[in-house]
Design a protein around this ligand. Structure first.
Ligand SMILES: C[S@@+](CC[C@H](N)C(=O)[O-])C[C@H]1O[C@@H](n2cnc3c(N)ncnc32)[C@H](O)[C@@H]1O
Length: 588
């Protein structure tokens, strides 16, 4: 998570093939050619259909887009592309390999599958370099630069503050720098007539331009290859004009493929998914993607993206620490018993910590595998677990399959995990906000918004889990025969809590179960939270901490004071057995 410790690669010192530096402006990036041919006319000339009301227009946030100048009924055809217009490169599955130049094919084979955009990018670069390319009217309309993080300055890459994304950005930059060498090595012995890029120099920046052009604009659609069961492969294609549509999770248009009369030919259409009003933008859904993927591939993020999540390592030591922070006595994530290990391996969570990843956020809130692992490791006994199948254990729709106490411990552990994850971000949301208000560059703004969204997502997960815990606690209390809890705790401003046992992790933690332990004089509205987590690096045995300042800060972060995290200096000499006095002071 610590950005500065990761050696970052960046492509900022490179410039795209044959391009001058392009400054990002309010009207979006400039195009490869300033007076590029009219794309709508070109598509029509090539036998395609473009609805007469369709226009290319400038969008405030998205660069160029398509809009309609009149109302269009649901189901109308908006654009149709004949089969020869999409730009594609299907050599990896054998199709068109004969047409494709062998040098390009051999270079494409050196690209890892996950970076598929680079394969098609090679074809794009080839067409861009070719004098008189059929696709030039399309290519000349492409943006000259992209706001994907491989083109960020090093400082803005660090500004992302989120390790899984930093890792991906670094990986892409390193791939491009390495691939530049491979391309140069391959091309040095290629004769002029076989040179795929017309003898032009190709570097990491031009490769990055091509990869980003493809990743931000290509669609994966049915290819020409038909398998014996009549299914076909999905291949990435660049779709002239169609790729002027911007993204929405509530699109008003969609792409359909229709079989042409000629075998193996597909007509590609965009149709109105619903009625489109005059001046409305035409919007497609690029996919239910996290902000990581939107930023990496498309160079933008979606605020409050319901598909966004954070990735965490599934690590026994981290989970033990989180559980202890959550007040769970002697958690055993680091040393599961054989039956627990068995279930963990069915969940693919038994192995080396660095490769085991789980997510928090998105529709599931807590990834099913993590929820199942928590339920299995926090259950009071084997029988409580074994009566459920794996799907039940993974489901958040099944309430407390292993008992309320286990469920509460699982939720509290996730909340503590969230708190630890929040703590790893070097800045707080309000600091991000004031940076944004102070005015920063376009790339800095994107990086700051990205990290800020991640933190807000974590806080939202904590809030939602707290809400679910409240509901469960209420249900448990209301259940017939349940034992009512004691009075809501002591009055007086000081609360003595047993000191946490020391753990190998840097954070020693105390978990206060209920607000009952907090002074009644404190505003109930402000403190009406469950749970309150205090992550505390011990300052010294018996020391008295006035937490007021820190509490204020955190309550700003979480809005309605759900969770406070307090970090003080660590004193390794502190005795675990001693008590600590916490002074809660009502906020002004
Ligand atoms: C397929 S292209 C759409 C056409 C593009 N706006 C243009 O100017 O050429 C995808 C790019 O449009 C922009 N974009 C699309 N949807 C967006 C959205 N919802 N918010 C911000 N930018 C968006 C991003 O720059 C993205 O990489």
């Amino acid at each position: 998570m610590v950005a500065s410790k990761i050696l970052m690669a960046s492509l900022t010192h490179y410039r795209p093939l044959n391009c001058s530096a392009a400054a990002a402006s309010a009207s979006g990036p400039s195009r490869l050619v300033q007076q590029a041919p009219d794309l709508i006319k070109w598509v029509r000339k090539e036998g395609g259909f473009v609805h007469p009301a369709m226009r290319i227009s400038q969008d405030t946030f998205c660069g160029l887009g398509l809009t309609t100048i009149e109302r269009i009924p649901k189901g109308s055809d908006l654009i149709a592309l004949p089969p020869h217009l999409p730009l594609r490169f299907e050599s990896c599955i054998g199709e068109e390999a004969a047409d494709a130049e062998p040098v390009i094919v051999s270079l494409a084979e050196k690209v890892p599958e996950e970076l598929w955009a680079m394969k098609l990018g090679l074809k794009l670069l080839q067409e861009r370099a070719k004098i008189g390319s059929f696709w030039w009217p399309y290519i000349s309309n492409l943006p000259e630069t992209y706001s994907v993080p491989i083109f960020f300055q090093g400082e803005d890459i660090k500004n992302l503050q989120y390790a899984p994304l930093l890792y991906q950005v670094n990986k892409r930059c390193r791939f491009l720098l390495d691939f530049e060498h491979k391309v140069k090595e391959t091309l040095k012995d290629v004769s002029w007539k076989d040179h795929p890029f017309e003898g032009l120099d190709v570097d990491a920046s031009s490769l990055g331009w091509a990869m980003s052009a493809v990743s931000s604009r290509a669609f994966r659609l049915h290819g020409k290859t038909k398998y014996p069961d009549c299914s076909s492969s999905y291949v990435p294609m660049m779709l002239p004009l169609v790729d002027m549509c911007n993204h929405s999770f509530e699109p008003n248009a969609r792409i359909v493929q229709e079989q042409e009369e000629k075998p193996q030919e597909m007509l590609l259409k965009v149709i109105a998914e619903r009625e489109i009003n005059e001046n409305d933008p035409l919007l497609l859904n690029y996919g239910c993607l996290s902000n990581d993927l939107f930023l990496l591939d498309y160079g933008f993020i979606i605020p409050s993206n319901p598909h966004d999540c954070i990735e965490l390592k599934y690590d026994g030591a981290l989970l033990d620490a989180a559980s202890m922070a959550a007040g769970v006595s002697s958690p055993n994530f680091s040393s599961p018993s054989p039956w627990q290990k068995d279930i963990l391996s069915q969940l693919n969570l038994d192995g080396e910590a660095p490769v085991l990843k789980v997510t928090i956020g998105g529709h599931e809130l807590v990834e099913g595998r993590l929820l199942a692992a928590l339920r299995v490791l926090l259950a009071s006994n084997e029988e409580a677990v074994k009566k459920h199948d794996l799907n039940t254990l993974k489901s958040s729709l099944v309430e407390a399959p292993c008992g309320i106490a286990c469920e509460m411990a699982a939720f509290r552990t996730v909340i503590a995990l969230c708190a630890i994850a929040l703590e790893h971000f070097p800045t707080k949301v309000m600091e991000d906000e004031s940076l944004l208000n102070s005015g920063v560059s376009a790339f800095s703004e994107l990086a700051i918004r990205f990290r800020s969204q991640k933190k807000l997502l974590i806080v939202d997960v904590m809030k939602e889990l707290s809400r679910r815990m409240k509901v469960q606690a209420f249900e448990e209390r209301s259940a017939p025969g349940s034992v009512q809890p004691n009075a809501r705790g002591r009055s007086g401003c000081n609360t003595r809590i047993a000191a946490p046992t020391f753990h190998q992790c840097i954070v020693n933690s105390v978990y206060l179960k209920y607000m009952a332990d907090v002074d009644d004089k404190c505003s109930r509205d402000k403190f009406d939270i469950i749970p309150l987590i205090i992550l505390l690096n011990l300052q010294g045995a018996g020391s008295s901490l006035d937490l007021c300042g820190t509490l204020c800060q955190m309550s700003d972060l979480v809005g309605d004071s759900m969770v406070w995290i307090v970090v003080a200096d660590h004193d390794p000499g502190a005795q675990a057995s001693e008590s600590f006095t916490f002074t809660f002071t009502e906020q002004a």
